[in-house]
Design a protein around this ligand. Structure first.
Ligand SMILES: Nc1ncnc2c1ncn2[C@@H]1O[C@H](COP(=O)(O)OP(=O)(O)OP(=O)(O)O)[C@@H](O)[C@H]1O
Ligand SMILES: [Mg+2]
Length: 341
């Protein structure tokens, strides 16, 4: 039994970051979901943080890719290699104890993609693989009492996807997922800077702008950051100051789409559960929930309080790792009723 619990692992296979949680040990791995491979031979030269440093800066014979981009497995082979590498890093001494794995993935991925994730995990050495919705994992990880007969809304904004779910009695009542997240925030900033200032900036620069001065709700103070990029007309390097008002303007579109999705999910929620949500609030997880002022804006637009989970970036991995415990509880409930019938 002891051995079993140590070999239960929860994985958050995110488009930006992969996290692995082992029961009894906590989060043992947190790395960007990036793989660098040699062009042609497809030999892996780096994975995770090391590969991320190569992104956009690789010599001609090496390509750095984000295989899970947009929640889709754009590149099955590299996804598999990435999963295998990460797992081998955290379980080197347990090679002969095959672990059970629970993997949190966005619910908007296709059946084919879902099977591809499962297959990769089996190839990486799992003896049992369970794939669950990211928001269910996030809810378990955020310690939301989802088994009680009350409505809970969870909104996970990741890099490539946003998933909004209403959970009651341990089950998903409504789930909506869109392929839009923090990556689209970055893209919107790139587009804005290019169209307004004729300056081409990279994704990392855009992400920096978003994290440092991005703000979804108007703020009294206006912050500024200097960005560097390539002039779209002359092709020469140039610097420029961008302020937080501009960043907010650039982010308006993707943020509106997320808020519309939350509103539509609330609209699909049975009234009794909606009443619970108004009282308990919407719990936000995922890196996107950290965008300054986003919680306030969502609350203002929906009239529902918004709470950011304690460790918004860790919730999915934590919840996936605790899933077996959680599912065991569910089975017990069923057995009690089975006996009554
Ligand atoms: N402080 C912050 N402010 C705004 N955005 C942030 C902040 N910190 C991280 N992010 C963004 O969060 C995103 C990554 O979040 P997360 O790790 O939850 O995604 P993921 O789980 O890999 O993706 P997905 O759930 O879509 O598969 C990135 O777009 C990153 O730029
Ligand atoms: Mg995620």
């Amino acid at each position: 039994m002891f051995g079993n619990s140590f070999s239960d692992i929860g994985i958050d296979l995110g488009t930006c970051n992969t996290l692995i949680y082992i029961r009894g040990k906590g989060i043992v791995l947190n790395e960007p979901s990036v793989v660098a491979v040699e062009r042609g031979t497809k030999k892996v030269v780096a994975v995770g943080a090391e590969a991320k440093r190569m992104l956009w800066k690789t010599p001609a014979n090496i390509i750095a890719i984000r295989p899970m981009r947009d929640g889709v497995i754009a590149d099955l082979e590299s996804t598999e290699k990435m999963i295998r590498y990460f797992i081998s890093r955290v379980l080197p001494r347990y090679r002969f104890i095959k672990p059970r794995m629970v993997i949190g993935i966005p619910s908007c991925i296709t059946e084919v993609e879902r099977r591809a994730v499962e297959e990769s995990a089996y190839k990486a050495g799992a003896r049992e693989v369970i794939v669950i919705e990211e928001s269910l994992a996030a809810a378990i990880g955020a310690d939301i009492p989802i088994r009680e007969p009350a409505g809970h809304m969870i909104c996970d904004i990741g890099g490539g996807t946003t998933e909004i779910s209403v959970i009651s009695l341990g089950g998903m009542v409504v789930t909506n997922a869109i392929r839009l997240g923090g990556d689209e925030f970055d893209e919107a900033i790139i587009k804005h800077v290019r169209s307004v200032h004729n300056l081409i900036i990279g994704e990392q620069m855009a992400e920096r702008l978003k994290i440092e001065i991005g703000n979804a709700s108007p703020d009294k103070t206006i912050e500024k950051v200097e960005v560097k990029g390539t002039d779209a007309i002359t092709g020469l390097p140039r610097r420029l100051e961008i302020d937080s008002v501009e960043v907010r303007e650039a982010l308006k579109d993707p943020i509106t789409q997320i808020i519309d999705e939350i509103k539509s999910t609330l609209g699909q929620t049975p009234p009794e559960l909606a009443a619970d949500i108004v009282e308990r609030g919407i719990v936000m997880t995922g890196g996107g929930s950290l965008l300054k002022g986003l919680d306030k804006l969502i609350s203002r637009e929906t009239g529902v309080p918004v709470i950011i989970a304690e460790q918004p970036l860790d919730c999915v991995a934590l919840g996936a790792g605790k899933y077996f415990e959680y599912a065991k509880g569910l089975n017990n409930t069923r057995t009690i009723y089975d006996e009554l019938n």
